[in-house]
Structures are given as C-alpha cells and as structure tokens.
Design a protein around this ligand. Structure first.
Ligand code: PEP
Length: 250
C-alpha cells in the first residue's frame, strides 16, 4: 500500500517556547523520515508559527477541531476558511475527547466531516469504543456505527478524500495500547464495512491506529495489514519520539 500517515495531536499542550523547540526538532529531523506523510495538529494559536516554521518541509498541518458553519455569530469557534489561511489541510473530526467532553454527537461529527470536504480539506474521522463497550462485546458495532453515521450523510464515495483513525477510548492517554491483533481485527472490520458500500474507496482508505502509540509499539502495529499509520497524542510532543514513530512507519 502507498505511503503511511503519522499524525501528531498536540491537544491543549505547549507554549510559544515549547512549540518553537518542537517545530525546530521536527524541521531538523523531517528529511530522514521518507515515504511517510507526517501531519501535526497544533492548538489554534500556534498555527501561524507552525506554518512559518514548517514551510519548505514535507510536514503537513491539521487542526484538532473546527466549526461546521462558514462564518458569523459563533462565539469562540474557528472556521475552516480561517484554518486554511494558515496552510491547514487536515481536520480531526469526532475525536473521543470532543465526543465525551463537549457532547459532540454523530450528527455534528458528520456535519464537520462534510464541511471539511467541501473546502477540499481532508477529515480524519476518529472512532473508537469505551472499555465498557469492549467488555460487552460491542466494539465492532460501535465503531462501524460511528462510521455508518457519516456514510448516511456524506455517502461511501466520500472516503476517497478522508482518513479514519481507530482510537479505542480506553487506550487514549492511558499508556494502554491495543495489541497489534486487537487493532488489526477492528481495522479489518472498518475496511470491510466501508467496502460493503464503497469497495473502490475502501482499498485505498488510510486507517490509522491511535491510543498510546510510542516508538516502541509503533513498528508492530504498523506492520498489520490494515494499519496505515498512527494518530499520536503524548508521544507527538517531543520531536525525537514523534520522528521515531515516523521512522517506524517507513
Ligand atoms: C490522541 O490524542 O488521539 C491519542 C491517541 O493520544 P495518546 O497517544 O496520548 O494516547
């Protein structure tokens, strides 16, 4: 399969100084990571810094969230057009922290997904089960249900310009990682579900794994047939560890 994607979600971390150090480290090391698409997701205030520092590198920029509406009276929100002005090309939609902490439901997630594609940016649709759902044997139905909710609105062909990130909620920020075979089982089910509606798009669809990925766990995860890279939180905050994960994806 063509190139892998390694995406770094900085969440609400960093400062101007920390961002300068991180971007500088990424700039220095990026050239050594070949045939892997690296994407960083800084908090909004650091987008200009990221755009400036990463110009001339192959590292792409994404945002962690966006408003589905175009412009107007949406206090506190940021539009896709604004993000685009800073060189943003990827948008995380439906991250489990937004679903859990900000009550984003499937309809809002689908609206953000559609709005992102309308402006020719790429949504990374995040899906995943909680520990309770896994223990009840609901993992595959939860995950395919979250994807189906987007298909119902955007259609299966929309996956020609989208990425899916499978992130078990119990593995995010906990230090617990799904085993390579647990992750592969879900990734395979995701691809099969998309294939049942959009076979052509399912073949080339990138499905990333997220949940406490480290340089140590990345290689075995990325070796699985249906894992096309990673969405990385904590380990993306240090240039060395993020670049090492990029190397593992080669
Ligand atoms: C994430 O934020 O999407 C994530 C997977 O975080 P972490 O790698 O810290 O678990």
């Amino acid at each position: 399969m063509a190139h892998m994607i390694v995406a770094g979600n900085w969440k609400m971390n960093a400062s101007k100084d920390a961002v300068a150090e991180l971007l500088n480290g990424l700039k220095q090391g990026a050239a050594a990571v070949k045939n892997v698409k690296m994407v960083v997701f800084p908090p909004f205030p650091y987008l200009a810094q990221a755009q400036l520092e990463l110009s001339g590198t192959d590292i792409h920029i994404g945002v962690q969230n966006v408003c589905a509406a175009g412009e107007g009276a949406y206090t506190g929100e940021v539009s896709l057009a604004m993000a685009k002005e800073f060189g943003v090309s990827y948008v995380l939609v439906g991250h489990s922290e937004r679903r859990a902490l900000y009550a984003e439901d499937d309809a809002q997630v689908a609206a953000k997904y559609v709005a992102t594609q309308l402006v020719h940016m790429t949504p990374i649709l995040c899906v995943g089960e909680t520990l309770e759902q896994r223990e009840k044997g609901q993992t595959l139905s939860v995950v395919t249900g979250q994807i189906q909710a987007v298909i119902n609105v955007a259609g299966g062909a929309s996956f020609a310009n989208a990425v899916i990130a499978y992130e078990p909620v119990w593995a995010i920020g906990t230090g617990l990682t799904a085993s390579p075979s647990q992750a592969q089982e879900v990734h395979h089910a995701i691809r099969a579900h998309v294939a049942s509606i959009a076979p052509k798009q399912a073949c080339s669809l990138k499905i990333l794994y997220g949940g406490s990925v480290t340089a140590a766990s990345a290689e075995e995860l990325f070796a699985q047939a249906d894992i096309d890279g990673g969405l990385v939180g904590g380990a993306s905050l240090q240039a060395d560890s993020f670049l090492a994960i990029g190397q593992a994806a080669k």
